[in-house]
Design a protein around this ligand. Structure first.
Ligand code: SF4
Length: 377
């Protein structure tokens, strides 16, 4: 089983914190759709033995596409790949695109999961992040989407400067009141070369406070667990039966094909990434060239990735898999490195799996980094 990720590199405006690849110039949208379809055709050989279980439109903002454009792209997946009978087909959507008509059209398309970029239900937070939607649109679009979609995920951001615990609790409670079955929630991070970084450096926006983010994370875990959500990956919470099949496959190291500028691919051995420039991408594809660089992952790279993703999920790190897939040297290294963390109550072993404890959860990326190997093969 494997997945196809399709990157739609357009956004109406730039959120201050964002370092994804996108353009606010929609002039090349039609040419981009044709290029995406052609890339799907060009790469079908590489996936000829695979069965596609999930199709994921990410971005950027995939909801800037019309339902007809989305249908065309999905049609190209079906004509060039083998797809399971019940694929999960997700579209990331922003509230300002989700008019009644648009949702109705999407409801008739093969899309069966919507991931809505709400981020906050409060005007202050949305303005500080320069989101394109307002608080009223955030609420209205969920109610509208629920008429056509059962499988809805919403994104929420915490640790925003000025966001009190009360406002964060209110955000979570609003999300719960809608009864959505999946929530993805991330701490606001300050990436290099973003407007947010510049504004913080100039003193125009207060710095992000790690302690506030940690407090918000603990509130999030407590409130969503009490409401019946499973925190199946550090930033993802789903009701049973609603875990993202796309993301789960990715965390479990399955193969995926990344289509579109800046999209990443993984075939079990090699990682590839497409050029992150819309014009160059369209030009290369028109010339039947794949504008992609690849690297073969070493055993150490694959071990480090497994440790990182494993510790972020409820499935943890299988010690048996470490032994069989990576060998005894890696197993010995991992168990030795983990010992101190186990003694400190940050990690524990259950059913031959190394897992992060409640105490260690917010720190899991740092804990994983301490278990990484630099040069052992
Ligand atoms: S809508 Fe998403 S991809 Fe576009 S700028 Fe905002 S965060 Fe980035």
């Amino acid at each position: 089983m494997s997945g196809i990720y399709i990157h739609i590199p357009f956004c109406k405006q730039a959120c201050y914190y964002c370092d994804f690849h996108f353009s606010t110039n929609m002039g090349k949208k039609e040419a981009m759709v044709l290029a995406l379809i052609k890339e799907l055709e060009l790469r079908k050989e590489a996936f000829k033995d695979e069965v596609v279980e999930t199709i994921y439109f990410g971005g950027g903002t995939p909801s800037v596409l019309s339902a007809a454009e989305i249908d065309q792209i999905i049609g190209a997946v079906y004509s060039n790949y083998t797809v399971v009978a019940d694929p999960e087909i997700t579209l990331e959507a922003n509230p300002d695109d989700l008019s009644k008509d648009k949702i109705e059209e999407l409801g008739k398309s093969p899309i069966n999961r919507l991931s809505i970029g709400i981020q906050s239900f409060f005007e202050e937070d949305l303005k500080l992040m320069n989101r394109a939607h307002n608080a009223q649109e955030a609420e209205a679009c969920i109610a509208l989407a629920q008429v056509y979609f059962d499988n809805i995920s919403i994104d929420l951001i915490y640790g925003i400067p000025g966001m009190t615990n009360e406002r964060w609790i209110s955000n979570i409670e609003k999300a719960l009141a809608f009864g959505v079955p999946h929530i993805s929630s991330y701490a606001l991070t300050v990436e290099p070369k973003t407007a947010l970084k510049t504004f913080i450096d100039k003193g125009l926006i207060p710095p992000v406070d790690d302690e506030l983010a940690e407090a918000h994370f603990h509130i999030l875990v407590q409130k969503l667990s009490a409401a019946g959500f499973v925190n199946y990956e550090i930033s993802n919470f789903g009701k049973p039966g609603y875990f993202s099949r796309n993301n789960t496959a990715y965390w479990q190291g399955k193969k995926y094909l990344g289509i579109g500028p800046s999209a990443h691919s993984y075939d079990g051995v090699r990682r590839g990434w497409n050029i992150n420039n819309n014009a160059k991408y369209i030009k290369a594809i028109a010339q039947n060239e794949l504008p992609m660089e690849t690297e073969v992952l070493s055993l150490t790279d694959r071990y480090n990735e497994y440790v990182m993703t494993g510790l972020r999920t409820i499935w943890g790190i299988s010690l048996e898999r470490i032994k069989t897939e990576f060998g005894h040297k890696f197993y010995t290294y991992l168990t030795q490195q983990a010992q101190k963390k186990i003694e400190d109550g940050l990690l524990y072993i259950e059913n031959d799996r190394l897992l992060v404890s409640k105490k260690g959860k917010f720190l899991s990326d740092g804990i994983a980094a301490d278990l990484f190997l630099v040069n052992l093969s």
